[in-house]
Design a protein around this ligand. Structure first.
Ligand code: CA
Length: 248
C-alpha cells in the first residue's frame, strides 16, 4: 500500500516500537479489512468482535493487555456498545485515543461520539486511505502528548501561558478566574472543536459538579467580555446553535 504522507520522524519522541492498535468491530469483513490495512501500515493490531472482549483487554492489567496506543471502535456492537465503552473508559481515566466508526452520519451522532470521549469519528463507508490518515493523526497527537507541555498557546492575538496561568490579549494581560482560565485553555487546546455545555461542565468543573449548564453560559459571557473586541459579535468563542460552543 502506498503511504500517503511522509512519516513525521521529529514527532516520534522516545519511539518504542510499533504502535499498538485495538480494533473493535463485529462485522467480520470490515474487521478483517481494518486489521489488514493497519498491519500493512506497520501497526501491531489486535482485533476483537464485541465490546465486552474489548473492555477486558483495555482494562486488563499487566503486560497482556492494558496498553494500546489507539482504539478503532465500531459503535453498534454486541454486548457492550461503542458509546458505552467510550464512556466507561473515560470514566476510568483511560486516555487512549479513540477513533469511532459508525454507519450513522448525522451531526448529532458525531457530537454524541465526541461527547462521550471519542477523539475522532469516521462514517461508514470509508476508504482505507482516510482511515490510515485519521489513525496517523491521532497517534501523532498521542506521541506529542508525552512531550513537554507547550509554553504558550496562541490563537490570533490571544496568548495563553499554561504554566504561568497568564493570558495576554492584544498585548494586554487579562485577569481570568481559575474557571475562565481552564475553559479558555481547553478551547485553545482544541481549536474549532464543538463542545456541548455538558462536556464543558465535565471537563472544567468536573463530573461531581452539581449545577446546570447555565453556569457554562455565564462563564462564556464573562470570557467574551474579557477577550472579544465586541462581545455581542464574538470572533473567538462562537455559539454553535443546538450544540454548544467552539473556539475559532
Ligand atoms: Ca457493528
Amino acid at each position: 500500500m502506498q503511504s500517503i504522507e511522509p512519516l513525521d520522524v521529529s514527532s516520534l519522541a522516545d519511539w518504542d516500537g510499533p504502535s499498538r492498535v485495538l480494533v473493535v468491530e463485529d462485522e467480520d469483513l470490515i474487521r478483517e479489512m481494518l486489521e489488514l490495512s493497519l498491519q500493512e501500515e506497520g501497526y501491531q493490531v489486535t482485533a476483537v468482535a464485541d465490546g465486552r472482549a474489548a473492555l477486558n483487554l483495555l482494562l486488563g492489567e499487566g503486560e497482556s493487555g492494558g496498553s494500546f496506543d489507539l482504539v478503532v471502535l465500531d459503535l453498534m456492537l454486541p454486548q457492550v456498545n461503542g458509546l458505552d465503552l467510550c464512556r466507561l473508559l473515560r470514566r476510568q481515566g483511560n486516555p487512549t485515543p479513540i477513533l469511532v466508526l459508525s454507519a450513522r452520519s448525522s451531526e448529532t451522532d458525531r457530537v454524541l461520539g465526541l461527547e462521550v470521549g471519542a477523539d475522532d469519528y469516521l462514517t461508514k463507508p470509508f476508504s482505507t486511505r482516510e482511515l490510515i490518515a485519521r489513525c496517523r493523526a491521532l497517534l501523532r497527537r498521542q506521541r506529542q502528548s508525552y512531550l513537554p507541555q507547550p509554553t504558550v498557546l496562541q490563537y490570533k492575538d490571544i496568548e495563553l501561558y499554561p504554566q504561568q496561568c497568564r493570558v495576554v490579549v492584544r498585548g494586554q494581560v487579562v485577569n481570568l478566574s481559575p474557571k475562565e482560565f481552564r475553559l479558555l485553555e481547553l478551547f485553545m487546546n482544541y481549536p474549532r472543536r464543538v463542545w456541548s455545555r455538558e462536556s464543558l461542565l465535565d471537563r472544567v468543573w468536573g463530573p461531581d459538579f452539581v449545577g446546570d449548564s447555565k453556569t457554562v453560559d455565564v462563564h462564556i459571557r464573562w470570557l467574551r467580555q474579557k477577550l472579544e473586541r465586541d462581545p455581542s459579535h464574538p470572533e473567538y468563542i462562537l455559539t454553535v446553535r443546538g450544540f454548544g460552543y467552539r473556539f475559532g
